[in-house]
Design a protein. Structure first.
Length: 588
């Protein structure tokens, strides 16, 4: 019998939890499969975006060390990590922050997180040591936000072991303030996704952290040890099923540089039976208060709705974003957020495991979602294990596209099953403007077609030329920096927000851009994709349209409208003030 989301409206969360518990000791990775849809004939329409990997030429020459090369003994080695675009020195140019892992036998010399300063000429300089950001360990996620409202973006990193909060000192250096901020763990935890956001709207950024599994190398089973340690007959690392789930955390910002764990009283701690990964915090039901969506691996994903009183209620099943359309668990990993159909509501795109479809969820504007994977034609692709994802306008035609990166978790499998390669290409789903998508690989340029074992992916305009570029983590390789070389004369606008009563980073703000009789909404996010953080300047392609106005819904509740803004440039808007001078931006 097939169950749709509508059929699950009366299905209790308790039943979903019970279902999960029964399956926790089955197949190590969720076994949900979806047959790929038949591919329609090519549209024949030209795609004006073209991606070339300029990472090494730009100076990103250090590899991201993460676990074994030919095989993985433990799941710790395979999940990988994220990356971020961050303007840490406020010069108006996106710098790059890359997370890194290590190896079981010890850390190679190059194994460290890295900060690269943008030289404003297409190249970057490694300033990790000078900035005080050298760190070795099993890093997972990164989220960016100005938690102390001093005008400089801070960095929070999750780890297997101990998460780290880095305060930006405003002079090019960072200080580890984890202990002083009250964020030290009492015991080893596997921090996964994270997001800064202002859940109580007091103007200070709070922090949500998902935790993946409870894990220790000393007690972890080895490949082939039991049914959780085999995939398609090949002995592989164990998990996540068969391993205990993590417990997610909400930290309230006290406004004095410290945080208090309010997970229990806020209703977060009760949702424990899931393997949490990427975290997105955004106002999904448009009530003015931020909600929390957690992509979960091999368990139902979570959607915490904000009750406006410091508490949350978990309604992932009821709102249609916890399970597949046939009521099954999936291997949720990355999340793209955007407005693919230009109806002014934030939709979601979630990536999954091989032999399953990545899911596109349509938002009705009240935080209820329908799975449109089939009707949108996104379901034509099921070959790859998919990670970082975005819903961004790659060709500036005014219609947000989908992008995802891929890569296996079992490098040893391709020796027996070559159809499950360790390194696989990226994919673009170009928006055809009629609520359907067309998959492009080679046609999007060599940066998309090249095969890598990728994880995190961040979207931003590193060269300030008016299009969306991409930063990608490749395991045990140098990172990719995909420069977008758009052809044609499509118009665009970027919007940067500065909070005043709201948090300084304006995280949680919604911006509705009106152009050509259409409305597109975007939100300022601290994390999305897979464990990664995007350029905070919201980018809207406009196509041939030359008139654009925007409405800004600030986290404080203030709503402001701006008419006839200039196109093909950055516009900086300060809460309650209006248009202000841009930092470091040149339109040449």
């Amino acid at each position: 019998m097939i169950y749709t989301r509508r059929a699950f409206m009366g299905f209790s969360l308790g039943s979903a939890v019970a279902m999960t518990a029964e399956r926790m000791f089955g197949q190590g990775v969720v076994a949900h499969q979806a047959k790929p849809l038949a591919r329609p004939a090519p549209s024949g329409r030209p795609f004006h975006a073209h991606f070339v990997d300029v990472g090494k030429a730009a100076g990103l020459r250090a590899p991201t060390i993460y676990g074994g090369l030919e095989s993985k003994r433990y799941i710790l080695e395979s999940t990988g990590c994220g990356c971020a675009f961050i303007d840490y020195d406020n010069d108006g140019w996106m710098d790059i922050f890359l997370l890194c892992g290590t190896r079981l036998e010890g850390a190679p010399a190059e194994a460290t997180n890295r900060l690269y300063k943008n030289n404003r000429d297409g190249t970057f300089t490694d300033v990790t040591e000078k900035a005080g950001l050298r760190a070795v360990g099993w890093a997972s996620g990164v989220c960016i936000g100005d938690y102390n409202n001093d005008g400089f973006e801070d960095i929070f990193c999750t780890y297997f072991g101990q998460n780290i909060l880095y305060r930006n000192n405003g002079d090019g250096t960072f200080t580890d303030v984890t202990k002083a901020a009250g964020l030290l763990n009492e015991q080893t935890r596997w921090g996964a996704g994270c997001s800064f956001f202002d859940y109580n709207r007091d103007g200070h950024l709070d922090l949500f952290v998902s935790n993946y599994i409870r894990f220790s190398i000393e007690h972890a089973p080895v490949p082939g040890a039991n049914t959780n340690c085999n995939w398609k007959g090949v002995p592989v690392e164990c998990g996540p099923r068969g391993l205990p789930t993590g417990r997610h955390s909400l930290y309230k910002n006290n406004g004095d540089g410290t945080f208090t764990d309010v997970s229990q009283q806020a209703g977060i701690a009760q949702a424990t039976t899931c393997y949490g990964m990427t975290v997105v915090a955004a106002d999904l039901d448009e009530d003015g208060w931020p909600d929390i969506y957690v992509a979960c691996d091999s368990t139902p994903s979570l959607l915490f709705m904000n009750n406006h009183d410091g508490t949350f209620r978990e309604e992932g099943v009821l709102r249609g974003v916890a399970l597949s359309d046939d009521g099954e668990e999936q291997a949720g990993m990355g999340i793209g957020v955007g407005d693919y159909d230009l109806d002014g509501h934030l939709d979601l795109f979630k990536t999954h495991f091989a032999d399953d479809a990545n899911v596109l969820y349509h938002n009705d504007g009240k935080g209820n979602f329908d799975d449109v994977t089939r009707t949108s034609r996104v379901g034509v692709e099921t070959r790859y294990i998919c990670w970082g994802a975005g819903m961004v306008d790659l060709d500036n035609d005014g219609h947000p596209d989908l992008f995802m990166v891929t890569g296996n978790v079992y490098p040893e499998v391709e020796r027996t099953l070559p159809q499950y390669a360790n390194k696989t290409p990226r994919a673009v789903f170009r928006n055809l403007g009629n609520n359907t998508f067309e998959e492009l690989v080679e046609a999007a340029g060599p940066g998309v077609a090249e095969a890598h074992c990728s994880r995190g992916c961040a979207f931003g305009d590193f060269d300030n030329d008016g299009d969306v570029d991409m930063l990608i983590i490749n395991l045990n390789e140098t990172p990719s920096l995909l420069r977008n070389d758009i052809q044609g004369k499509q118009n665009w606008i970027k919007v940067k927000l500065e909070g005043v009563k709201s948090n300084r980073s304006a995280i949680g703000a919604r911006v509705l851009a009106h152009y050509g009789g259409k409305t597109q909404v975007q939100s300022v996010l601290s994390q999305s994709s897979f464990y990664s953080s995007n350029d905070p300047r919201l980018h809207f392609g406009l196509g041939a349209n030359t008139l654009v106005s925007v409405d800004v819904h600030w986290p404080s509740g203030l709503v402001e409208s701006f008419k006839h803004l200039p196109i093909n440039q950055l516009v900086t808007l300060r809460e309650g003030v209006g248009v202000v001078k841009n930092r470091g931006w040149s339109n040449t």
